[in-house]
Design a protein around this ligand. Structure first.
Ligand code: GFB
Length: 316
């Protein structure tokens, strides 16, 4: 179990995941949470990160910072996704080692797995085949992060662990129509169609790609669970164990936000990986499983989105 009074650094606290981890740790009684804004510390610069760690001396680190985005952002900005993430993973892991961080959790992504991996995807599928081209840069950086943690454990005995979440959503998500992920983008598109009185809403791709969606508060809970109970080299999948087609997801969002609207599939946009569902038996075997059904998570996220719009705080 982590000591609730120890200093904890959440790298990436402004993002979807980092803000959820911050909330979860506060609820669990952690009273010395540390964070730093991008304008104050560029996590891609080793000497700056080293200096910050020397000064702050965190005992635990949640490494959830990075350049992230949906399928279009990934496929059009591969250099940024590869460079930024490689650098951020490298600097934070190295600085954590230098100052003797007691435990670090590194967060990867289910896109590390081969495009043609058997479904559901077990942890063993890593590096067993070619990657999905639309997010190869991001996936390579994420794989390097896993290998960094494993290598620091093997060479130096550092207690650095890795979790691989499936597609995430929830409060604090990026609702940008072009750069964001499917769930917030569709929620905003249906919402704006309702306001404009439009009866047709565009959905990228064929609608037949399958994805698994995990509420970010469930992910944050799993991350704390792993930090409290898991200290092994192998990475651990985090998901719900169920998936749906993008067409089904769009139908659920339509029924919630703008019932009766028509779906118009835009085949000029990529589907990406045909299916990406994680085998979560390792994590359930350790004693954790996700608690938020997709329908409930969609409803609470839409409520949050409407309130954030009112407050002028939604990321659009
Ligand atoms: O969420 P998304 O961008 O992530 O797309 P990926 C998932 C699926 O939804 C794709 C379809 O088949 C898209 O074509 N889709 C339909 C849409 N409408 C939309 C829309 O309006 N916006 C978006 N974005 N998609 C990302 C990776 O892949 O997954 C990242 O690029 C990361 O590396 C993330 O790993 C979790 O699942 O395809």
């Amino acid at each position: 179990m982590l000591d609730r009074s120890a200093p904890v650094f959440v790298a990436g606290h402004r993002g979807l995941v980092g803000s959820a981890i911050f909330r979860r740790l506060s609820d669990a009684g952690f009273d010395d949470l540390r964070s730093v804004d991008r304008a104050e510390l560029d996590l891609r610069h080793q000497s700056a990160v080293d200096a910050w760690f020397e000064e702050q001396r965190p005992r635990y680190v949640f490494l959830v910072a990075g350049t992230v985005g949906g399928i279009l952002a990934n496929s059009t900005r591969p250099a940024e996704f590869l460079y930024d993430n490689l650098m951020i993973h490298g600097t934070v892991v190295q600085a954590s080692h230098r100052v003797g961080v007691e435990k670090l959790l590194y967060l990867g992504s289910s896109c590390i797995y081969p495009r043609e991996a058997d479904q559901p995807i077990t942890e063993e599928a890593l590096l067993a085949g070619p990657l999905e081209p639309t997010n190869e840069g991001y996936a390579l950086a994420k794989i390097a992060g896993i290998k960094l943690c494993e290598s620091y454990r093997r060479q130096y005995g550092d207690d650095f662990i890795s979790a691989m979440p499936t597609n995430l959503y929830g409060p604090g998500d990026n609702f940008d129509l072009e750069g964001g992920h499917v769930l917030p983008a569709l929620m905003r598109r249906f919402h704006e169609a309702k306001l404009d009185g439009a009866e047709e809403v565009v959905v990228w791709g064929s609608g037949s790609a399958r994805r698994e969606f995990l509420h970010v508060d469930d992910l944050a809970d799993a991350c704390l669970f792993l930090m409290d109970h898991y200290s092994e080299a192998g990475h651990v999948n985090v998901g719900t164990g169920t998936d749906c087609t993008i067409g089904e997801l769009a139908g659920m969002i339509r029924d919630l936000v703008h019932p009766g609207a028509e779906l118009a599939f835009d085949a000029s946009k990529p589907d990406g990986m045909p299916r990406k569902m994680l085998d979560v038996s390792k994590l359930t075997g350790l004693g954790w499983s996700a608690g938020t059904p997709l329908a409930d998570g969609l409803a609470s996220t839409y409520e949050w989105f409407l309130e954030a719009l009112d407050r002028g705080e939604a990321r659009l």
